[in-house]
Design a binder for this molecule. Structure first.
Ligand SMILES: [Ca+2]
Ligand SMILES: [Ca+2]
Ligand SMILES: [Ca+2]
Ligand SMILES: [Ca+2]
Length: 460
């Protein structure tokens, strides 16, 4: 381990003092002091370093010795999501105080690029970000649209309580002033009764340029969109939206409208999927171009799903594989025209608080990781790694106990079913993952407010 800057300074101070001492009082006393100063400068290595330093033993652990992990930034307050403006600049959302922070060349800058007044109880707050650039990294003036998803306080109800909406706005990023400005509202979604299951992750489809946004059931229940037969008409809960990113308008090629002429008038014209309890993770397969997402189960079955157009994920009738329940698609689920039920491609029987899913669209960590999937959780601070199968229709497992597509509980004396998919530990709580423009994997942690970078060690 390298001595920290702090211990180097003590060493220099001790040596300078020692030199003066030798000159003043002669060799015998100085010889004694050499021993004393040696003790003085070695002491700090066993004490906490100055702010900003991080000893290797405090870093999260990875199960692949060919990779290394380093701290990029710390001091973030309950960060939920991050997005790269370019190779040196990351925007990070702080859930509770509504600040969007800028991490520039691994430094967290103090002034926020914007502060938004958000409702922040439990799962409400500043939740999701997506960036769409009309230029490239060398042409910053060409325009950078930044989309934010947050729970906005929009007024007071008659009873005096706050009226809340989950909304997506589009802003312009000013590269010179480092601020977000010119908000345009794109989506205006329910926020009640809550306060759980607001979803919040958003992304711009890399292959179609559309805005995708996930919202959970906001604790409502009882709607057709969460499979209550005869329940409330579609009301923008428990869905993944797919809309025009500049207007929020429905799209003619969305799956649930059957290309009927009335698609634009129907709520269904803005949906890509439904039957979703809540989700904190979405990404597109860079090979197949399919959308994948994570979904949070109640006490059991956190899921990874491939979101084919029109997916009904089954909530609140089924989580996990439908074959493990008594539910029948035809009689128990609400199936709109154009809908399909699909089982998850993987589930954790015991919920982990699954969060972000990231396809690493880079070979910078080695071929094994390229175009495969990292997933984070918020309950255990674990990072999971999955290999996608050859046809890109599911996952490939080393442990045959996962061929039933579920990590099940095991007796105390057996190895865990997650042991072969567990890639990293000690992250505290993970809220976001990103492939950086440099091809490295970036990990955002919630309670300790840190960003880590995972890269390949230089080969010997
Ligand atoms: Ca499901
Ligand atoms: Ca990706
Ligand atoms: Ca199993
Ligand atoms: Ca992400």
């Amino acid at each position: 381990m390298q001595p920290s800057r702090y211990s180097w300074k003590l060493l220099i101070d001790a040596l300078v003092f020692k030199k003066k001492l030798i000159a003043a009082i002669g060799g015998a006393v100085a010889a004694t002091f050499v021993l004393v100063s040696f003790v003085v400068w070695t002491l700090p290595t066993s004490e906490p370093g100055p702010p900003g330093s991080m000893d290797a033993q405090d870093l999260p652990k990875l199960n692949d010795d060919s990779l290394s992990i380093e701290l990029v930034a710390e001091g973030l307050e309950f960060p939920t999501s991050m997005a790269f403006l370019d190779v040196g600049n990351i925007l990070v959302l702080q859930k509770n105080d509504g600040e969007v922070r800028l991490v520039s060349n691994d430094q967290l800058l103090v002034p926020p690029v914007i502060q938004i007044k958000v409702a922040n109880e439990v799962e409400r707050g500043l939740l999701g970000i997506a960036i769409a650039k009309s230029g490239d990294d060398t042409n910053q003036s060409a325009g950078t649209d930044v989309f934010l998803y947050f729970t906005e306080i929009v007024g007071e109800s008659e009873g005096g309580s706050e009226k809340l909406r989950n909304r997506v706005y589009k802003y312009q990023y000013d590269w010179e002033k480092r601020i977000l400005s010119d908000p345009v509202r794109i989506l205006d979604l329910p926020g009640d009764p809550g306060p759980f299951h607001n979803g919040g992750k958003i992304t711009i489809g890399p292959f179609d340029g559309r805005l995708y946004a996930v919202i959970g059931d906001t604790n409502a229940g009882g709607g057709m969109l969460d499979n209550e037969i005869g329940g409330r008409q579609p009301d923008d809960k428990s869905v993944i939206f797919r809309v025009d990113r500049d207007t929020g308008m429905p799209l003619e090629d969305n799956p649930l409208t059957g290309n009927r002429s009335g698609y634009a008038d129907s709520k269904l014209g803005r949906y890509y999927a439904y039957g979703i309890r809540n989700g904190f993770g979405m990404d597109f397969d860079p090979v197949s171009h399919a959308l994948w997402m994570t979904e949070n189960g109640p006490e059991t079955y956190d899921e990874i799903n491939i979101v084919k157009p029109g997916l009904n994920s089954g909530w609140h009738k089924v989580t996990g594989p439908i074959g493990r329940t008594n539910v029948t698609i035809g009689s128990d689920l609400v199936m709109f025209e154009g809908a399909r039920y699909e089982d998850p491609v993987f589930s954790w029987y015991t919920t982990i608080g699954v969060t972000e899913l990231e396809f690493l669209d880079s070979n910078m960590l080695g071929d094994k990781y390229a175009n495969n999937i990292f997933v984070g959780d918020i309950n255990n601070g674990n990072l999971y790694f999955f290999e996608v199968n050859e046809n890109r229709t599911g996952l490939r497992f080393q442990d045959s106990r996962l061929n039933d597509l579920v990590a099940d509980p095991v007796p105390d004396d057996s190895p865990s079913e997650i042991s072969t998919i567990l890639f990293g530990t000690g992250f505290g709580r993970i809220t976001d993952l990103e492939t950086g423009p440099d091809g490295m994997l970036y990990v955002l942690t919630y309670e300790d407010g840190k960003i880590y970078r995972i890269s390949k060690k230089p080969s010997a």
